[in-house]
Write a protein that binds this ligand. Structure first.
Ligand SMILES: NC(=O)c1ccc[n+]([C@@H]2O[C@H](COP(=O)([O-])OP(=O)(O)OC[C@H]3O[C@@H](n4cnc5c(N)ncnc54)[C@H](O)[C@@H]3O)[C@@H](O)[C@H]2O)c1
Ligand SMILES: [Zn+2]
Length: 369
């Protein structure tokens, strides 16, 4: 079983990844469970339907009564209404400051549970049991949030978990779109940290159908990149921004397409192509061949660039300007000096538009899925 320690100033925790990882509840995590007066699982309803007995069985070995609240699947659980329901659920079941929550689902359920835990009685402990590939990114680092009618992730806090446990068999039920989503974030971690690893991923014929064993080692590498950056910059003042590679444009694609058509990572894939083109324009930066290879790789692995052909630059710009990372009207991007070497820079509107036109040219004539 893979294991890694996240070291944040006042808070250290472990990430475990492998088959039958939930058996750790009876060993490494037994003391944590014992120290809680109440334990509750907040479970994504799809994940609960598929896998809840597995988690309950592992927890039962500890002999504790565990309460379960299922929440709507995916992004729809990150709403103020569901957040309030969860808080009421805890209050009605006599949870206290010494209780423990377990997040059981993808990044959405993890974000919701983290924020519920961060704010219930001014903060209680929680464990992440993530069930998607993408969650190798979201479950580590302590960012939690829910959405508002005005925008995504607008209300949240930093609250680190007590542990993160991935039982990799659960990935076997992921639909192809969710696999593509998570794999895009893995590729992002490679692009911002390591040229050889990026090359290896771009040459991997099983990228869109990864085996569970391969995932365990690769996701640990991705988690390591994230954990090291977060340890250096917990509150996103400096290097943590590198994790936003592909996200300024990617978030705009998500917003323009109305959150739902494409998964988060599929939008980030488009955003990474856009950032590579912007990087090409900077001195001594990315070679056009890198972008070309990336776009071909994306297309042959089932990703699409259709949104940039269906919407105007102005539509994307409007959202990029609203992005939390845009300050005082300037557009900030994470670009690459070379693969593995990210930096943050401001880009003018004109450059942004030029890169958009180039992205259209480079992805013209792609098959419509
Ligand atoms: N906190 C952070 O640092 C951070 C970082 C990145 C993303 N996020 C957040 O993560 C969320 C996206 O997370 P996600 O991509 O994991 O998707 P998700 O949680 O929205 O889940 C996607 C879909 O997959 C289903 N699912 C989950 N696990 C499954 C399994 N094992 N088998 C079958 N179906 C399964 C869910 O029911 C849902 O329908 C977004 O809300 C995003 O804002 C947070
Ligand atoms: Zn992301």
């Amino acid at each position: 079983m893979g294991k890694l320690t996240v070291e944040i100033k006042d808070h250290e925790y472990e990430v475990h990844i492998g088959r039958e990882a939930y058996s750790l509840f009876a060993t490494d995590y037994a003391a944590l469970l014992d120290s809680a007066d109440r334990i509750g699982i907040l479970a994504d309803e799809n994940v609960a339907e598929l896998h809840l007995p597995l988690l309950q069985e592992a927890l039962r070995k500890n002999g504790r009564d565990i309460l379960v609240k299922t929440v709507p699947a995916g992004e729809s659980c990150k709403s103020p209404a569901v957040y309030v329901e969860c808080q009421s659920f805890l209050l009605q079941n006599n949870f206290t400051r010494n209780s423990l929550l377990i997040a059981f689902g993808g990044g959405a359920c993890g974000d919701l549970t983290g924020f519920v835990a961060a704010t219930f009685m001014r903060g209680i402990r929680y464990v992440q049991c993530p069930t998607t590939i993408l969650a190798h990114d979201s479950a580590v680092g302590g960012k939690t949030a829910i959405n508002m009618p005005e925008g995504k992730n607008m209300v949240g806090s930093f609250h680190q978990p007590s542990g993160v446990i991935f039982q990799t068999e659960l990935f076997e039920t992921l639909p192809p779109r969710e696999i593509r989503s998570g794999m895009a974030e893995l590729l992002k971690h490679a692009f911002i940290s390591d040229k050889d690893w990026t090359d290896a991923l771009l040459s991997n014929p099983s990228f869109s159908k990864p085996s569970v064993e391969w995932l365990a080692t690769e996701l640990l590498k991705g988690i390591d990149v994230k954990a090291r950056i977060v340890a250096e910059d917990e509150f996103e003042h400096s290097t943590r921004k590198f994790l936003n590679f592909g996200h300024t444009f990617g978030h705009a694609v998500e917003a323009v397409c109305g959150f739902g058509g494409l998964s988060h990572g599929e939008c980030v894939m488009i955003g990474m192509a856009y950032s590579l083109i912007l990087s090409e324009e900077q001195d001594g930066s990315i070679d056009a061949e890198v972008t070309k290879r990336f776009i071909q790789f994306a297309l042959s692995n089932g990703y699409t660039f259709q949104p940039v052909h269906e919407h105007s630059f102005e539509q994307f710009l409007q959202y990029m300007e609203k992005d939390k990372k845009a300050s005082f009207g300037k557009l900030n991007f994470v670009l690459l000096n070379e693969v593995g070497k990210p930096y943050v820079t401001e880009v003018t509107r004109e450059h942004c538009e030029f890169a958009f036109d180039r992205l259209r040219e480079k992805t013209e004539g792609e098959p419509i899925r």
